[in-house]
Design a protein around this ligand. Structure first.
Ligand code: ACO
Length: 401
């Protein structure tokens, strides 16, 4: 790539690229996407192989450190994460401040940001030991925060992490367990969730990751930068789409299950309605993650007894879209969010937790990008603009306006 920015600096010319459709903001060695061919690789490994053969903790290590861990590296990494799953007791008071029906995403981002106030000994990005500590703290504590955000919303007591369990098992127990009742983690459910987290773990310069990098470029600490990413993820055009998809499928069902009628509304652009879970800035082919999720949906629903009707509606919508000129001409295919909601629902998660699960999955990617950014002396992210406002105007005193 040409460094157009440097070439044009001080020439009076500015590149104008709304939405950064064709602007690379960085070089990166983490994730490769070929949107036309529908290829996704983390550090060179195809997503299909990682989803089938790896674990979320291994993939987290791979994204952050660049290589798959050896058995001893994995043991050490897992152990370090285990030792940091507890939240500072005072941090728990944050949850009391939110209304009971608060959406868990702002709760998650707020408490993540608050980690900066409680763990000041790991904020110095020029000190590698502190960077390692904040990395491990964040990986360990985010599932605890996510589970507590859920507990808060259903009015149940928080459970301390049980560090005899793995990261995903621990999260499931803190989410669905109760203090007086032993909670048996269903290994198939844990494996399915682990695989979904792998699929979400990174996706190069998407909106939330670019946010993490931009916030981080001011040398803001890791917790704060990731908190910014969580906020960006919440939007319905990004991670919030998984919640929006399920709500859309439920609306179609409530309206008699007529997918064709809903799609007519999309094509006629009635009230700006879009087919949620469809389309992608980079994929102009089937999203490889969606292909894996679709296969998993059948298996998980038959095993856990989920809502087959919603899955059937989703499949009908997809079938129609794949043979409809509106969608084929625009190269709109299902993205990762299209089928995940149906699975999360079958697992027992309320709709409002779906994007939180996405955030848990994307966390290692955000961390990897923040760390990659700081491998070299960082240049602050500072886009230019094309000014369209007034030219110079004379100030009018209040009495004259
Ligand atoms: N439903 C209907 N039409 C769509 C959709 C959709 N989901 N997505 C794009 N289009 C149409 C647009 O109207 C536009 O048509 P036009 O040129 O005739 O006006 C054309 O396809 C191109 O769309 P853009 O909005 O320019 O595509 P962009 O790359 O900017 O947006 C995005 C990508 C945000 C993902 C978009 O496809 C969308 O809104 N999808 C629905 C939300 C969603 O599923 N988001 C999750 C994305 S994946 C992720 O973050 C995990």
């Amino acid at each position: 790539g040409i460094e157009l920015g440097k070439l044009l600096a001080n020439t009076g010319y500015t590149t104008y690229d709304p939405g950064f459709v064709n602007t690379a903001s960085t070089k990166s060695a983490i994730t490769y996407i070929d949107g036309d061919a529908g290829i996704l690789r983390y550090r060179g490994y195809p997503i299909e192989q990682l989803a089938q053969r790896s674990t979320f903790i291994e993939v987290s290590y791979l994204l952050i450190y660049g290589e798959l861990p050896t058995p001893s590296q994995l043991e050490d990494f897992t152990d370090r994460i285990r030792r940091h799953t507890l939240l500072h007791e005072d941090l728990k008071h944050f949850f009391d401040g939110f209304p009971r029906n608060a959406h868990p995403m702002p709760v998650l981002s707020s408490v993540t940001n608050a980690l900066s106030a409680y763990y000041e000994d790991s904020l110095d990005l020029h000190d590698q030991a502190q960077v390692e500590l904040s990395t491990v703290r964040l990986l360990a504590k985010l599932p605890t925060i996510a589970a507590y955000a859920y507990k808060k919303s259903v009015g149940q007591p928080f459970l301390y992490p049980d560090n005899s369990l793995g990261l995903v098992e621990n999260f499931l127990r803190m989410t669905f367990g109760l203090p007086a009742e032993p909670y048996e983690v269903d290994p198939e459910l844990a494996a399915a969730l682990d695989m979904l987290l792998i699929l979400h773990a990174d996706h190069e310069q998407n909106c939330s990751t670019s946010t993490v990098r931009l916030v981080g470029s001011s040398e803001a600490n890791l917790f704060t930068s990731v908190s910014g990413g969580i906020n960006a993820l919440w939007g319905p055009l990004h991670g919030g789409a998984n919640q929006a998809v399920l709500e859309m499928l439920e609306r179609i069902r409530a309206d008699g299950g007529d997918a064709e009628k809903f799609m007519r509304r999309v094509k006629n652009r009635e009230d700006g309605v879009r087919l949620m879970g469809f389309g992608h800035r980079v994929y102009k082919n089937y999203d490889p993650r969606a292909a894996i999720v679709k296969k998993t949906a059948d298996a998980v629903l038959s095993r856990l007894g989920g809502d087959d009707q919603l899955l059937e509606i989703a499949k009908t919508v997809e079938e129609r879209a794949l043979t409809d000129d509106y969608f084929t001409e625009r190269k709109l295919y299902p993205n990762v969010d299209f089928y995940t909601g149906v699975i999360y629902r079958a697992m027992g998660f309320p709709t409002r937790m779906f994007t939180v699960l996405f955030a848990m999955g994307r966390l290692p990617g955000w961390i990897a990008h923040w760390r990659e950014l700081h491998q070299e002396p960082v240049r602050i992210g500072r886009p230019r603009q094309v000014y369209t406002g007034y030219s110079e105007r004379e100030y009018l005193d209040l009495a004259s306006r």
